[in-house]
Design a protein around this ligand. Structure first.
Ligand SMILES: NC(=O)c1ccc[n+]([C@@H]2O[C@H](COP(=O)([O-])OP(=O)(O)OC[C@H]3O[C@@H](n4cnc5c(N)ncnc54)[C@H](OP(=O)(O)O)[C@@H]3O)[C@@H](O)[C@H]2O)c1
Length: 283
């Protein structure tokens, strides 16, 4: 693919991974952070319309504060929903293609086997509902798009579970981590690389991209501790002992078979974890 790429939300975990990837691959691109392109801001959209020099627009910007969304539903809906519809219409009018990210939290968490891409949408929290609205408006826009759902994202930078746990394990004598929510941790770098690979072989469609394997938050935390060579005790607790404003799906393992069939199997989350901890200078 020779077209110029525009990355929006370029300062986030996934956005930064995209920019690193495109630079490493020698792909012509522009990277706009929130200051340069604000989802929901008409001036930003106008600027994108005027320049219109991209074949592929990758939207990594989003309202990602899951708990805050419960008391700020209108803003979450505006950024993750309405603004995504407007962006999609703008990209469509330019004849360009869009990659947009959604979440495992659009599902209800009651399944006992991985969610296929066409599983019914039934979010259990405001963030999930706002992302579901974005999916719907994107599809209604008619834009050529890859809609990619992912889960439990982390990177060597940004605010994420891995870096938070690594810090807390050194600060606290003991940790308590939820053991009854199950999902698939995903390296933002793997996500960007596999999204790019998918974009080479698929024009449009809905896909799930995560690292392979699955675990609970407790098992994830234990793996982080073991990779760091620490011995901090980590108690396994039920969700009921760690109440949060937003409900979380108990089971949000995404079925990866559609993407695997096109670009091969994903790496296991344990190997991504080791790589990210090394890059973060933590081991
Ligand atoms: N993180 C996860 O576990 C996870 C799981 C499933 C799906 N996803 C999806 O993956 C995508 C990438 O998220 P991420 O993990 O990279 O999260 P992230 O690190 O929080 O990055 C999100 C970026 O969006 C920016 N942003 C917020 N409001 C914006 C607005 N109105 N206009 C433009 N940019 C705005 C943020 O800027 P500020 O920091 O300045 O606000 C931040 O740079 C999102 O669509 C997210 O919903 C993430």
């Amino acid at each position: 693919m020779k077209e110029r790429v525009l990355v929006l939300g370029a300062d986030g975990m996934v956005g930064r991974s995209w920019v690193d990837l495109l630079r490493a691959e020698g792909v012509a691109h522009d990277a706009w952070n929130r200051q340069q392109f604000e989802l929901g801001n008409p001036d930003s959209l106008q600027r994108l319309s005027e320049q219109a020099s991209w074949g592929l627009v990758v939207n990594c910007g989003a309202y990602t504060q899951v708990d805050k969304a419960e008391s700020d539903r209108a803003t979450a809906d505006q950024i993750n929903g309405t603004a995504v519809g407007e962006l999609a219409a703008c990209v469509q009018s330019q004849g360009a293609r869009l990659i947009h990210y959604s979440t495992d939290y659009v599902f209800n968490g009651k399944a006992t086997s991985p969610y296929p891409v066409d599983a019914p949408i039934e979010p259990v929290n405001a963030y999930g509902a706002s992302k579901a609205l974005g999916e719907q408006l994107l599809q209604q826009s008619g834009v050529r798009a890859l809609l990619i759902r992912t889960s439990w994202v982390y990177a060597p930078w940004g605010k994420n579970f891995v870096l938070t746990m690594a810090r807390l394990m050194r600060e606290k004598p003991e940790l308590r981590v939820i053991a009854d929510q199950r999902g698939r941790p995903t390296s933002a770098q793997q996500l960007a690389a596999r999204s790019w690979a998918l974009a080479q072989v698929c024009d449009t469609g809905t896909f799930h991209l995560t690292d392979s394997g699955e675990c609970t938050w407790h098992k994830f935390a234990t793996a982080i501790r073991d990779e760091l060579g620490l011995s901090t005790p980590i108690a396994a607790i039920p969700t009921s002992e760690y109440p949060t404003p937003a409900a979380r799906p108990a089971y949000s393992v995404l079925d990866l078979s559609a993407a695997d069939a096109r670009i091969g199997p994903a790496v296991h989350w344990r190997s991504s974890l080791a790589s990210v901890l090394t890059q973060a200078g933590l081991r």
